[in-house]
Write a protein that binds this ligand. Structure first.
Ligand SMILES: Nc1ncnc2c1ncn2[C@@H]1O[C@H](COP(=O)(O)OP(=O)(O)OP(=O)(O)O)[C@@H](O)[C@H]1O
Ligand SMILES: [Mg+2]
Length: 257
C-alpha cells in the first residue's frame, strides 16, 4: 500500500477513500467517535480499515479491542480485503485484544490504558461500546458510588434511578479516561432500532466527540449503504448522506454528483 502525504497535524486520517474530506482531513486527534449502525452495516470493516491504514499508510500503531469476534474470525474477515492482520500483529503495528463478554471486569479499562501507553498506540477501536457499557458497570465498586450523589433531590428512592446513574457514570467516565490518552478512538455502537435516538443506549451520541451513523437499506432485491457524519467537535463536517460501497479493498465513499 502506498504511503500517503502527511495529514494536517491536528487530525488522524482514516485513509478510507472519500471519508476524510468529509471531516477536514480526519478525526480530531485524541477525540472519541461513535461509529453507530445496525447489524451488518459495516462498523467492524470501517474500524478495521482505520487501524490497518494507520499501520500501513501512516506508520501509527493500532489496538483493536473486541468483545464480539475471536481473533481468527477478525483475521478471516480482514483477509477478504487483503489486510494481513497476522503479519501486522507480528510486526507489532496492530494488536488485537479479544475479551469474551464473560471476562469483562473492573480491570479492563486499566488494561486497555496500560497497553495504549506502553505500546504507544495512536489508534484505538472498541468493538463495541454497547457491549462494554451493558456489562462493565456491574463491576463498579460500591464505594465508587455515593447514595447522596445518586438520588440528589429525589425523595423517592428507587432502583431504576441507581441503575441509570451507574450506567451514565460509567459511560461518561470511560470516555473521560480515554481523553487522557494520546490516541484517537473509534467506539462502535448499536443503533436504536426505533429511530428515536441514534444509539441503543441513547447516551453515547452525547458523550462522544463525534458520531458517524452507518445505514444499510434493502428494497426489492436491491440494497444501498450510506453514512452520515452527524457530529464532529472542532470540525466543519459535511452532514450530507453519502452512499458507499464495500468492494474487495474495503470501504469506498461515493462522490456526490
Ligand atoms: N468482501 C465483501 N464485499 C462486500 N461486502 C462485504 C464483504 N464482506 C462483508 N461484506 C458486507 O459487510 C457486512 C458485515 O460488515 P461488518 O462486519 O463490518 O458489520 P457490523 O456493522 O460490524 O455488524 P455487527 O453489528 O453484526 O457486528 C456483511 O453483512 C456484508 O454485507
Ligand atoms: Mg461488527
Amino acid at each position: 500500500m502506498k504511503k500517503e502525504a502527511p495529514a494536517r497535524n491536528d487530525r488522524t486520517p482514516s485513509g478510507i477513500p472519500g471519508f476524510d474530506e468529509l471531516i477536514q482531513g480526519g478525526f480530531p486527534k485524541k477525540s472519541s467517535t461513535l461509529i453507530c449502525g445496525g447489524p451488518g452495516t459495516g462498523k467492524t470493516i470501517f474500524s478495521m480499515e482505520y487501524v490497518v491504514n494507520g499501520a500501513l499508510k501512516y506508520g501509527e500503531k493500532g489496538l483493536y479491542v473486541t468483545f464480539e469476534q475471536r481473533i481468527e474470525d477478525l483475521e478471516k474477515q480482514a483477509s477478504q480485503f487483503k489486510w494481513d492482520l497476522n503479519k501486522l500483529q507480528k510486526s507489532g503495528m496492530v494488536e488485537i485484544m479479544y475479551v469474551p463478554v464473560t471476562k469483562i471486569d473492573a480491570n479492563l479499562i486499566e488494561k486497555i490504558k496500560e497497553k495504549v501507553i506502553k505500546n504507544k498506540i495512536k489508534r484505538l477501536v472498541v468493538d463495541s461500546l454497547t457491549t462494554l457499557v451493558i456489562n462493565a458497570p456491574i463491576y463498579q465498586r460500591n464505594s465508587d458510588l455515593s447514595i447522596k450523589e445518586i438520588i440528589g433531590e429525589n425523595i423517592m428512592f428507587s432502583p431504576p434511578i441507581i441503575g441509570d446513574y451507574i450506567f451514565r457514570r460509567f459511560l461518561y467516565g470511560f470516555i473521560e479516561e480515554l481523553r487522557s490518552l494520546d490516541c484517537t478512538v473509534l467506539l462502535l455502537g448499536e443503533a436504536d432500532q426505533s429511530g428515536e435516538n441514534i444509539s441503543r443506549d441513547s447516551l453515547s451520541e452525547f458523550a462522544c466527540d463525534g458520531v458517524v451513523v452507518i445505514s444499510f437499506e434493502s428494497m426489492g432485491g436491491d440494497y444501498s449503504r450510506s453514512l452520515i457524519v452527524r457530529k464532529m467537535r472542532s470540525t466543519k463536517n459535511n452532514g450530507d448522506t453519502h452512499s458507499f460501497d464495500i468492494n474487495d479493498r474495503g470501504i469506498v465513499i461515493k462522490k456526490i454528483k
